[in-house]
Structures are given as structure tokens and as C-alpha cells.
Design a protein around this ligand. Structure first.
Ligand SMILES: [Zn+2]
Ligand SMILES: [Zn+2]
Length: 174
């Protein structure tokens, strides 16, 4: 069991088992969202030197979320189907959820220092202004490579093709 907490400690998520993947996303949406969320009091998404966001992907059935009342959702635009979920208490960014997705992408900054699952892949590097400056310590995938897609697909098969919902209290503008 891995408990993760918001900055103020009131909101707890509990994870069980291993993550699907640990990745750095280089897409424009993740960078824009981080810039906007970091303007909120309490918002603190550390970005990598090239602007990448580190996420740890977990099956939803391996996540025990807090009560819906402790979570608020942020969307980049009113039409966005992707939600970024924050703690209602202190606006700590917790995770990203695609509509209908069977997994969530947790912000790696939630792990206590030294315990974060190490990223093994960078995705969406084609969105970066200067992808050639990325280090080659882990694979740099221009979009979402076959390994990424296969890992998500295998998780969905193992879950029996279910996508359990994670209720939240409301929405937040930022
Ligand atoms: Zn909090
Ligand atoms: Zn992204």
C-alpha cells in the first residue's frame, strides 16, 4: 500500500500494487495545465528542464480515492474531456484522467522524495519546441509509442475492460 497526500495532508489517495508505467509527458496540454495550475495558491507541479511533466500511471482499481468532497476537477477549456483532479483543501494537483479511461496519471511530485517510481519513457516529444535537447537516458517517443499503448491495453484486459468512475465535488477555473 502506498499512501499519497496533498500538501496540507487532509487528502489521501492509497495505491496498491505496481504502476502501469512511469513516464514524462512532453505534450503542450500538460505544460499549459501546469503553468495555469501553478498560478493557483498551492499549485506546485514541478516541470523538467524541457517542460516535461512526470506522471505515474495506475490502474483505477488499484487506487482508493478520497471522498468526492475532497476533490475538484480542472479542465483546460469547458469543452475539454480530460480532467486534472486537485485536492479541494489546498489545490494540490493529484492526477489526470481521460474521459472513460481505465487508468489515472498521478503527478509524480506526490511521492515522498526518493520514493518516486523512476520514469522509463518520455512521450509526445514532438510537441516540444526543441526536442533535440532532450537527454537520451530513457527512450524519447515522438508521440505515444507502442510500448505505452500496449501497457495501457494490457492493464485494461487485466481489469476486465472496466473503467470505474472517480467522483469529484465540482469544477475549478484557473
Ligand atoms: Zn490539502
Ligand atoms: Zn501530456
Amino acid at each position: 500500500m502506498t499512501p499519497l497526500h496533498c500538501t496540507c495532508g487532509q487528502t489521501e489517495l492509497v495505491l496498491s500494487g505496481a504502476p502501469i508505467l512511469s513516464v514524462e509527458c512532453c505534450c503542450t496540454s500538460c505544460r499549459t495545465a501546469a503553468e495555469r495550475l501553478n498560478l493557483l495558491p498551492g499549485g506546485a507541479i514541478p516541470l523538467g528542464p524541457q517542460g516535461q511533466t512526470h506522471f505515474v500511471l495506475y490502474r483505477k482499481d488499484r487506487v482508493t480515492p478520497p471522498d468526492a468532497g475532497l476533490l475538484v476537477a480542472f479542465r483546460l477549456t469547458p469543452q475539454s474531456t480530460t480532467r486534472r483532479i486537485l485536492s479541494a483543501c489546498c489545490h494540490t494537483p493529484l492526477f489526470l484522467e481521460f474521459k472513460g479511461g481505465h487508468w489515472i496519471s498521478l503527478y509524480a511530485a506526490l511521492w515522498p522524495k526518493g520514493t518516486t517510481p523512476k520514469a522509463t519513457l518520455r512521450t509526445m516529444t514532438s510537441d516540444l519546441p526543441a526536442p533535440q535537447t532532450l537527454p537520451h537516458d530513457i527512450p524519447n517517443a515522438r508521440t505515444q509509442n507502442s510500448r505505452f499503448i500496449w501497457a495501457l491495453l494490457r492493464a485494461w484486459v487485466e481489469m476486465g475492460f472496466r473503467s470505474p468512475p472517480i467522483p469529484t465535488k465540482g469544477e475549478i477555473d484557473g
